[in-house]
Ligand binder design. Sequence first.
Ligand code: PLP
Length: 295
Amino acid sequence: MKFTDSPTHKVTFRQQNIYIKRDDLLHSDFSGNKARKFYYFLKSDFKDVKKIVSYGSAQANSLYSMSVLAKLKGWQLEFYVKHISNYLKQNPQGNYKAALENGAKIIEKDESCLHEYISKNCLDEESLYIQEGGREKEASFGVEILANEIKDWQIKNSIKNLVVSLPSGTGTTALFLQKYLDCKVITCPCVGKEQYLKKQFFLLEKDETLHPIILNTEKNYHFGKLYNEFYEIWSELKSSTNIEFDLLYDPLGFLTLINSNYFNNKYTILYIHQGGLLGNNSMIDRYKRKLTFNN
Ligand SMILES: *Cc1c(COP(=O)(O)O)cnc(C)c1O
């Protein structure tokens, strides 16, 4: 099974050519940037490990990707979440449902600091502990492979003035891409504000000149909330490119990109599609309810 070498597709959006690195197509089960970030765990031998222990949100893309990783390795996944809504328990869907189907044990634990709780109570010599969203230094292994695929593509196609664009959560993917690429990497903060993302970058890299460029919007967006302009650009992307993007990160990724100085003929944009499509159905449901209510 191959979990690297995703294709790159050329599309047109708002009269500009953009290239899309299709990490959503890496593999039918193990795709997106979580597959890149967890690639190290897939490829390394862990003699004594029998289970992955991790935590995060019950709808997280990382929950599903870890459940696939565990399945491929023949391990158990023990995933702690602060809260699972009754609605989700009664109507399992998206990442949560798919992770359960892969045999994940999803455990509700109302602790103020799950990281601390797990470190003290849930680990033994058979556990591999992966922190929320994927531990940093291991993530660099798979992201370097992504960077090398981009470099090869750039040389093969004689791409000039390349700029790589992707939206950030923790910023781990963007930071390591910038580390391994010579071109500019531009990103936007989807979780928290610019200061939060800057802080994440500094935790991984002290030299600020090696940080990606952060694009901002005037309006303050909150992660996971619904915004009409998000749904509009997501639909427009779908109809003009025939590609489905994710509804949590990509709308802001594209809004900041098209309003930036990089969206013109001088630059060649490569946008990284980081997967996350399993979560779209529940987001689309929420948008439909909101849009019906508003009209
Ligand atoms: C996790 C995720 C991100 C954010 O990745 P970071 O490395 O934390 O910045 C972006 N897009 C999608 C679809 C994701 O699943």
